[in-house]
Design a protein around this ligand. Structure first.
Ligand SMILES: Nc1ncnc2c1ncn2[C@@H]1O[C@H](COP(=O)(O)OP(=O)(O)OP(=O)(O)O)[C@@H](O)[C@H]1O
Length: 278
């Protein structure tokens, strides 16, 4: 895929300015997590999946949680999504307690979660349609997103006619067309081949710079974490907990060659060392 930014796109206003009245809320997507605990209990066993998680994610921040398999990354994300209840602690988005799923939080997972019976355009328009956004406004919104993800010529295609990378582009557009304050992403590019993964990472950064949504991203890929994030929180397992956090001191405007810079490579070594010893 070509880089998403071009003159035509650069001239386009962010969708938030184009579709007034569709906002999920007035805040900007600040997530506060205090003393979060999660224990999975059955009749015979108890498993402490998350212990004492304290984390604040600033509005418009791109924060990645990095950690080995089983450290509780997905559990944490599902709790923020409202798909699972914590055993203890408090979670808020812009001061509002998270008590279940909501339109203020969009989600993109590794598995392709598009509706197979809807076209690409209909998938993108699904959330706004549920919210009662009028047809013409919806059409403008989906056209805007089709352009950004460079799938205008696939508007009438069905998911099964798309490659894995294309499906994830639609999944991102579908989540953002709903104008969430927060985008929650659980290894969204984990199933893609190496080249497509790099292209998707660049596309995601372009979209994030344009839309300025708070992003909470999960991965166990160190390069992906550094390339995408402003801040990286490293989790350890047994019990799942935060062990360290890193500010990524790289420019926000990132191109592929940032991966060769001394700053990138130094952080990569540090993270690899940390994950090896946990
Ligand atoms: N419903 C459940 N019941 C019992 N244990 C669970 C449940 N869901 C997750 N766990 C356990 O909680 C721990 C954390 O799981 P989680 O999926 O959050 O880890 P993860 O860091 O996302 O791992 P991965 O990178 O492999 O996806 C694991 O040991 C897992 O077996």
């Amino acid at each position: 895929m070509q880089p998403v930014r071009n003159e035509q796109n650069a001239a386009m206003a962010p969708v938030n300015e184009r579709t007034e009245g569709v906002a999920a809320g007035q805040g900007q997507g600040r997530i506060e997590i205090r003393g979060l605990q999660k224990v999975y209990a059955s009749a015979k066993t108890q498993f402490e999946a998350l212990r004492d998680i304290d984390l604040t994610i600033a509005e418009n921040e791109f924060l990645t949680i990095l950690g080995p398999s089983g450290c509780g990354k997905s559990t944490l994300l599902r709790i923020v999504a409202g798909l699972e209840d914590p055993t203890g602690g408090e979670l808020t988005v812009d001061g509002d307690a998270i008590i279940g799923p909501g339109a203020d939080r969009g989600m993109v997972f590794q598995g392709y979660t598009l509706f197979p019976w809807l076209t690409v355009r209909e998938n993108i328009e699904y959330g706004p349609k549920l919210k009662g956004v009028p047809t013409l406004v919806r059409r403008g919104l989906s056209s805007h997103w089709l352009k950004i993800i460079r799938l205008e010529s696939f508007a009438k295609s069905y998911p099964k006619q798309l490659s894995g990378g294309m499906k994830q582009r639609v999944a991102i557009a579908r989540a953002l067309a709903n104008r969430p304050k927060v985008l929650l992403m659980d290894e969204p590019f984990g199933a893609l081949d190496a080249q497509t993964k790099l292209e998707m990472q660049e596309m995601l950064l372009e979209v994030w710079e344009r839309e300025k949504t708070t992003v909470l991203f999960i991965t166990h890929d160190i390069d992906e974490a550094i390339f995408l994030s402003q801040r990286i929180v490293v989790m350890g397992a047994n019990p799942g907990r935060i062990i360290r956090e890193f500010q990524v001191e790289l420019p926000n405007e990132r191109t592929a060659d940032v991966r060769e810079t001394p700053g990138f490579l130094k952080l990569k070594r540090e993270l690899a060392q940390l994950l090896k010893h946990d």
